[in-house]
Design a protein around this ligand. Sequence first.
Ligand code: CP3
Length: 357
Amino acid sequence: SLQGTVAQPKASSVAEPLLLNAVRGEDVERPPVWLMRQAGRYMKSYQIICEKHPSFRERSENVDLVVDISLQPWQVFRPDGVILFSDILTPLSGMNIPFDIVKGKGPVIFNPLRTADDVDQVREFVPEESVPYVGEALTLLRKEVENKAAVLGFVGAPFTLASYVVEGGSSKHFTKIKRLAFSQPKVLHALLQKFATSMAKYIQYQADSGAQTVQIFDSWATELSPVDFEEFSLPYLKQIVDTVKQSHPNLPLILYASGSGGLLERLALTGVDVVSLDWSVDMAEGRKRLGPDVAVQGNVDPGVLFGSKEFITNRINDVVKKAGKGKHILNLGHGIVVGTPEENVAHFFEVAKGIRY
Ligand code: CP3
């Protein structure tokens, strides 16, 4: 594209966070590192906030709490990425889909969507009206982090959001959304289209508010077989990427799907800059399959953080070697698990930040 051919002044690229330089394929001395779900329940400091503010909706919708919680891992571990504390479901109330996140149960959608009439009731998302606290929090995070790390925003992908609102919450077999997909595909497509338009706007809003890169979580896309992924997820991901690239050509987009091994090449077809690999695929093979244009993120099993310090060190060295120099963001293959010892997380970051290519 035209944008890509414009030479950037050296001074600005030097001041950029390591994570952005790595994604753009610049010469970096080590891989940047952050952890999915790094703000959350494995941290004592988060649990203390939870005691005072037991409602997840409150913790994730109050600017001061959002900023405080997002900064907790930053203050302790100094990751190269600081992700906004929020949830992929946060936009739903602004789309007229009431929900809650209930302790011990997870996401609950009060009136699951199952029919064409239900989908008609879904409003398109206007982020600046519905979630002004997200924009304010991102702006404050940028100030606080001062380009010493990249501030990350995130959104849920259309299929993954649809799976929550159709199933009514988390699901094991995804029968309700598959019943809809395989018996009334038009109804599901109408819903996916609303999410695609809304999440493109949400990414633009996050970027305009201060997010330097945005991760799209299509956590449950791999519940779909490849042909069904091509019908119910890929076109909407592509649409989001195309829309955002038109307005924000330099905003790196990261795509995550769990169980991504079977879909890697298709994930790259979306046009994202970074594909985040879970641990179902060997990093060296994943890199080969994706080719040199796409950066990779991941792919350490979160369970590794329950191992010995020596084991953790070995797994970090292994993945860094397999990913090769540059275009790699060191991360877990999925969110950090509740109960992970904080000292092992500290060790992970210490080893990661000591790496030199
Ligand atoms: O990474 C971070 O530190 C940012 C925070 C973040 C949360 N959710 C906070 C949260 C992020 C990036 C998410 C994304 C998210 N939310 C995803 C995609 C990532 C993935 O894991 O695949 C999904 C599928 C959701 C939906 C969701 N929200 C689930 C399945 C749960 C867990 C339910 C449970 O209790 O185990 C939530 C709740 C949630 N979101 C928690 C946190 C820290 C835990 C509840 C709490 O802290 O009270």
